[in-house]
Design a protein around this ligand. Sequence first.
Ligand code: AQP
Length: 332
Amino acid sequence: MDEKKTLYSAIQPTNNLTIGNYAGAISNWLKLQDDYNCYFAIADMHAITVRQTPAELRQKTLATLALYIACGVDPQKCCLYIQSHVPAHAELCWVLNTFTYVGEMERMTQFKDKSARHAENVNMGLMDYPVLMAADILLYRAQYVPVGEDQRQHLEIARDIAQRFNNIYSPTFTVPEGLFLKVGAKINDLQDPAKKMSKSAENPNGSIFLNDGKDAVIRKFKRAVTDSGAEVKYDPVNKPGVSNLLSIYSIFAKKSIEEAEAEFAGMGYGEFKLAVGETVADSLAPIQAEQAKLLADVQYLNTVLKNGAETAARTAAKTLYKVHKKIGFYQI
Ligand code: AQP
């Protein structure tokens, strides 16, 4: 019998992924894929809550899959699939909508942020994002959800919805727990360390994309906002800029924050930023080469996606059947 616990995570193919997505999500997946039953999706249904250019969405979807694999996510160990290939996500979302209150959705930080950023298109999907995310997780009866700190609020709602349903009927859903990293759960914008680094940020200089070339990476790190004082010290409250750079360095150099601090003791900000840039750029180069190789073999990527969707759909169908039965949908 399979004793492994299940985990679920996903990333929206809204743009090229950033080192924030890598730090908060993918780097964590790599550590977990041997010990858990993993479902890692490409969340294209979430992506369309903000208007996308169709050709670009298609291209970014495949590029995201190639990137997962290039970063070391192993399709032999994990189920990799595209969210829209498994219709059960939309079906369960509809049911869960009837167990979710409008007031709860209006309070979500991401909804408020994105409504402000996309005032011309505050659509129902944008508001419903957390319910679709709850459906994503609950379909696979995932015990754990490795995500960045920005998703904590959405995870709480997924837990509330699961508990609400379980209390009304009988235990149906596994109530998921978040897996948050100590370092890297929130990488901030290089230009504005008070904001999280985002793939669709207005100022691209604040985000390092996983497909940025060495020159771009170095240039962005050189321009990164630092703090007053001259000491390279981890102190997120008083030195948010420097602390963010230390977190980034610690992830890519695979060193603890203390080791990083010791390494940069006595060094000026300029030299420090350059060293962080070099480390990140050197770590990204082999990933980029591997991603390019994978993207040249679309047939292989399609096979991964087809197998992934089949596996995911099998598990999802079982949960959906149970839910439909409990709520009283007539079944033949
Ligand atoms: N800055 C970040 N630091 C740590 N983790 C992060 N994540 C995103 N940004 C950071 C984590 O990446 C995963 C996928 O996120 P997503 O694509 O579903 O949506 P998001 O959180 O809204 O990411 P972006 O980059 O900000 O996307 P856009 O700009 O399209 O809205 C999640 O696990 C998230 O925690």
